[in-house]
Design a protein around this ligand. Structure first.
Ligand SMILES: [Zn+2]
Length: 177
């Protein structure tokens, strides 16, 4: 489980940021349900930030709450806890999200870094733009050259492919067990 917890913290940091990780750590450490106030106190985060992040974590099914009425005050309190049992499945979902985010980023980088470029003024053109201008720069009329996506995009694509393979293996394992 501790390897899962480390992975979980990393994923949450990528997807939701530091504040969500702080909350996650507190809930993982305390073995009991905590109110928003208690979580806010232990993390040092403002109450509204705490609440916002708890709901974000809930969207990923990482935490859940029980609403309990205080008999004396008549007020309702929300008690939050980590969804320990669902953690392996949740981790898979998080990994899928991260892969999708990386794919979008790679696509964006690819479209930004590949295409046609003017060797003189370095202006960039998409294929359509280059085609419409007969592959000549509209400013200096130089012949445009095709520019490949840069190395970073290739590296990112490799990482995505590796993550997708991992995801497939893990899905098979879970379905097989
Ligand atoms: Zn030019």
């Amino acid at each position: 489980m501790s390897k899962n917890k480390k992975l979980l913290e990393e994923f949450v940091e990528i997807l939701l940021g530091d504040d969500a990780v702080k909350i996650l750590r507190v809930l993982l450490k305390e073995k009991k349900d905590l109110t928003e106030d208690e979580i806010s106190e232990r993390t040092g985060l403002a109450r509204n930030i705490t609440r916002k992040n708890l709901y974000l974590l809930q969207e990923y099914r990482l935490v859940s709450y029980k609403r309990i009425k205080n008999r004396e005050t008549g007020w309702y309190y929300y008690y939050w806890r980590i969804n320990d049992d669902e953690l392996p499945l949740v981790l898979l979902e998080l990994k899928k999200d991260i892969i999708n985010k990386l794919k979008l980023k790679a696509e964006k980088l690819r479209s930004e870094s590949s295409g046609y470029v003017c060797p003189v003024c370095k202006r960039r053109y998409s294929f359509t733009e280059a085609f419409n201008n007969e592959f000549k720069c509209t400013y200096c009329e130089a012949e445009l050259v095709y520019a490949e996506a840069n190395n970073y995009v290739d590296k990112l694509s490799d990482i995505i492919a590796k993550l997708e393979e991992e995801l497939l293996n893990e899905q098979r394992k879970i379905q097989g067990s």
